[in-house]
Design a protein. Structure first.
Length: 583
């Protein structure tokens, strides 16, 4: 979609906006299996948003003229600039190139006149599309959808995704005598037959649950229809009196909190003298279609509190909640506080959203029309399939999570890496229909938790009732829970809050053991906005795990002998990681 084809697309899109999404579908179809990404986006009414934005842009002739003029000037300059490159002269490209765009890292994109022209044509066309969309902005929600959809289209047809226009892939084909091409074809066919036509992100074969993933020793001490509760074996002679419960999200398997030896937050907590329990949720099927968020609250962490207090004899339990599990932790704390139940001590919320007023990129998938369509899909099966959730998250970082593997696996014939985080990410779960619908409507659409209007299990929840100490972690590159949004919890909770900003993203910011590259920022004050907080914060070398260990130790009571594994009422049922994690 560059050069003369760009002018044709301009005429089709601007002069006849109703054909815009058809153009997008046709262009994306060149990637064959990847075309379903466009279909997935259109479920959220993205196609209509693109056409609406382009239609409004057509009513802005001055903005269109400026965008087209800039586009034409860039293309007109290309022959002269390319000729200068051919003569070995350094030139300034007509269209700026993002130095952080790793797709064009190969030197040939700058040094070779042919590839230079291809890249510049692509970037000029992308800029034209962005400026046309910007000219038609009136509805922010529609504009966000249109921007994401058009961005996906251009990411799909980037020249780096095709062998003839990818210099790095061509070099590798030459160096291997064509072996890389043959290997890429094999990978493509295998993914087409066994991976839904998507390039594999990870080689999971080296990983085994209980050996090098979810490997921290422990026992299952409780099981109901929703979850198993794991109690981990102590690794120190003495432990803190107050036990710790790990509350994971149920959108993925729990062991992101117990990833691998040396990279497990649960293991870290155990080695720092905590008696740790963890919830492992069952992977829902059609029989769980009517399970609600109320059930997760009551039969998940609240039931876990009963078990933990019986086994340990402690009157309080500290909780560490991650993402959706963090939101449920805050809900449980508010629920118990409303009845005078003081069993929760401190809470730690990791990359957790409590105020959904600005949910970040996920907000484009959670408008009324999208949720209604999703509910109709879930009504047929009783759950939201794991593949649907995976597609949503892939769309938010499609170059990193999809097209980078198109290049490495299919064009260069490489095998995907064996990486523990990606192996866990591929082990996703389903979501019960009733729970997921209620969650989307009550939180994303209506923001009832932050407003104090959310009712669960017959009780209205108010976060201001949560007066215990809280430790909140955000991650600087989190695209699921933007750290500015997670910071708003400092104003919602009623107790003393310590906010920490971590290096990394949504997962790497949590799987963050001490290293030479890790860092975190902290401050003794919580001003009204995240921007103000960061201006006052100080940057520390190392991991927030270290800061948390000191903070948590001060609140977890005196040292004592470790409690037994299980109790008379709750005997050991089997070894960790249990049965539900394998479902």
């Amino acid at each position: 979609m560059c050069g003369r084809r760009s002018l044709i697309c301009y005429e089709e899109v601007v002069v006849n906006p109703s054909s815009a999404w058809k153009v997008a579908e046709e262009a994306a179809s060149v990637l064959a299996p990847e075309a379903d990404l466009v279909e997935s986006v259109d479920i959220a009414d993205f196609g209509r948003s693109v056409m609406s934005s382009l239609g409004e842009a057509a009513a802005q002739p001055a903005a269109i003229a400026a965008a087209v003029g800039k586009f034409g000037t860039s293309l007109a300059l290309l022959p002269w600039v390319s000729s200068q490159l051919l003569m070995g002269r350094q030139v300034t490209p007509p269209v700026d190139v993002d130095a952080k765009d790793r797709r064009f890292a190969d030197p040939s994109w700058q040094d070779n006149p042919a590839f230079f022209t291809i890249r510049q044509s692509y970037l000029a066309t992308r800029r034209l599309a962005d400026e046309l969309l910007a000219a038609g902005v009136s509805d922010p929600a529609a504009a966000a959808k249109a921007e994401l959809a058009v961005g996906l289209l251009f990411d799909a047809i980037a020249p780096t995704n095709f062998l003839p226009t990818n210099p790095a892939a061509l070099k590798r084909a030459f160096e291997t005598g064509g072996i890389s091409v043959a290997a890429g074809v094999r990978n493509f066919v295998d993914d087409l037959l066994h991976n839904g036509g998507r390039p594999r992100q990870v080689d999971r074969s080296p990983f085994t649950l209980g050996q090098n993933l979810a490997a921290t020793p422990g026992k299952v001490v409780f099981r109901n229809e929703l979850m198993e509760l794991i109690q981990y074996s102590p690794q120190t002679e003495q432990v803190r009196a107050v036990p710790l419960l790990a509350s994971p999200p149920w959108i993925n398997k729990y062991y992101v909190m117990d990833l691998a030896p040396g990279r497990s937050f649960i293991e870290w907590a155990i080695k720092h003298q905590h008696t740790v329990f963890a919830i492992s949720y069952r992977n829902p099927d059609a029989s769980m279609r009517d399970v609600r968020l109320d059930d997760y609250l009551i039969h998940g962490p609240r039931t876990a509190l009963d078990v933990i207090c019986d086994i340990t004899g402690s009157e309080t339990v500290d909780i560490v909640g991650l993402c959706l599990g963090g939101a449920l932790t805050a809900m449980l704390a508010a629920y118990l506080a409303g009845s005078g139940d003081n069993r929760i001590g401190s809470v730690t919320l990791l990359n957790t959203l409590l105020d959904y007023a600005e949910p970040g990129p996920l907000g484009v998938f959670t408008d009324e029309q999208t949720v209604t369509r999703l509910e109709k899909r879930m009504a047929r099966t009783g759950f939201l399939d794991a593949a649907n959730m995976a597609t949503t998250f892939d769309l938010l970082r499609v170059n990193d999570l999809v097209f980078s593997y198109v290049v490495s696996n299919w064009l260069m014939g490489q095998q995907p890496p064996a990486f523990d985080i990606l192996a866990w990410n591929a082990d996703s779960t389903r979501m019960p229909a009733a729970m997921h619908s209620f969650y989307l409507r009550s939180l994303y659409l209506n923001n009832e938790l932050a407003r104090g209007e959310l009712e669960l299990a017959g009780r209205e929840l108010r976060l201001s009732d949560v007066t215990g100490d809280a430790y909140i972690v955000g991650a600087i590159n989190d695209h699921i829970v933007p750290w500015h949004a997670s910071y708003r919890a400092t104003e919602l909770l009623g107790g003393d809050v310590r906010y920490v900003l971590s290096s990394g993203g949504h997962i790497a910011g949590i799987v963050n053991p001490p290293s030479s590259t890790a860092w975190y920022e902290v401050s003794d004050h919580n001003p009204p906005t995240g921007e103000q907080w960061r201006r006052e914060a100080t940057k520390q070398a190392g991991s927030w795990w270290q800061d948390w260990a000191a903070w948590a130790a001060q609140r977890a009571g005196a040292l004592r002998e470790p409690p037994p594994l299980g109790s008379e009422r709750y005997p050991v049922l089997g070894a960790a990681p249990g049965d539900y994690v394998r479902g």
